[in-house]
Design a protein around this ligand. Structure first.
Ligand SMILES: Nc1ncnc2c1ncn2[C@@H]1O[C@H](COP(=O)(O)OP(=O)(O)OP(=O)(O)O)[C@@H](O)[C@H]1O
Ligand SMILES: [Mg+2]
Length: 253
């Protein structure tokens, strides 16, 4: 699996001649096969960071180095968005097979898709179209499409935030199990502190384009959200945000 080393990553947008700094000098190391969550308020630069990593945003400064990959090769990177972005004219299994459509070995494609349909509990709905499945199933299909592509790095931009509480919990657990099974490198963006602690081995706290803090989590999966250790971590992370807010207020005093 591939890792990442980001150095001095900065990104400025311009709207109506006004500069907007989305990322400021971000340094981050992501170990191969690790699950990193990025948490921060709306507008702090989370999506910008992921867009740069998957080449959707090319105009930035700083460097991105991939580690643990073959020499002169770039790793396969895929992104899962908040909304599933499925193709409505394709069935669940066809959507999942989409990245493999040019693969010559059709038996292999069938087997990979079938494995992931089972892994994500979608086998019985493989012939359904996106309009015939629930939001949770659609997001599972999107995840399946990404996994069938077999990327070395998976970027996830708030992929569970449109789901109801129960579906969200279920998919969080499925995601942890997939991570434990596949050992993929995952960067998962959320604005939910509890979700960040539940999923991540490392939590990256972002604010206003800055990487404010990186917290390593040493808790086994699946985590108990009501344990003292979990609640203390939640308090600790929320405190980081409270301190940021206090500093921001002081700036205006
Ligand atoms: N294409 C763009 N053009 C101009 N400004 C942009 C563009 N994309 C993002 N921005 C600005 O960059 C900043 C960071 O945006 P970004 O989308 O990365 O935030 P975010 O942390 O993902 O927020 P959210 O949690 O709401 O998704 C914001 O101020 C936003 O307005
Ligand atoms: Mg975003």
């Amino acid at each position: 699996m591939a890792g990442l080393v980001l150095k001095n990553l900065s990104k400025t947008y311009e709207i109506d001649n006004k500069k907007i700094t989305a990322l400021k000098n971000v340094d981050l190391t992501v170990s191969p096969g690790s699950f990193v969550t990025i948490v921060g308020k709306s507008g702090c630069g989370k999506s910008t960071l992921l867009k740069i990593l998957c080449d959707l945003e090319k105009n930035f400064s700083g460097t991105i180095e991939y580690t643990h990959i073959e020499k002169n090769k770039s790793p396969k990177i895929a992104i899962v968005f908040q909304e599933p972005r499925l193709m409505p004219w394709l069935t669940v299994e066809q959507n999942m097979a989409f990245s493999l459509q040019n693969h010559k070995d059709k038996a292999y494609v069938k087997q990979i898709v079938s494995e992931h349909l089972n892994l994500l509990g979608l086998y019985d709905f493989r012939k359904a179209y996106p309009s015939q499945i629930s939001g949770g199933m659609a997001q599972r299909t999107a995840l399946g499409r990404t996994l069938c592509y077999d990327p070395e790095i998976i970027l996830m931009d708030e992929p569970l935030s449109a789901l109801d509480y129960f579906n969200r919990q279920k998919l969080q657990n499925e995601l942890v199990n997939i991570f434990l099974k596949t050992g993929k490198t995952i960067l998962f963006v959320t604005h939910d502190v509890e979700e960040a602690i539940y999923l991540g081995q490392k939590i990256v706290v972002m604010d206003n384009g800055l990487l404010t803090k990186v917290v390593d989590i040493h808790m086994d999966y699946l985590r108990d959200t009501s344990s003292t250790q979990f609640l203390n971590l939640k308090k600790y992370i929320l405190n980081i945000f409270n301190n940021i807010s206090k500093e921001e207020k002081n700036e205006f005093l």
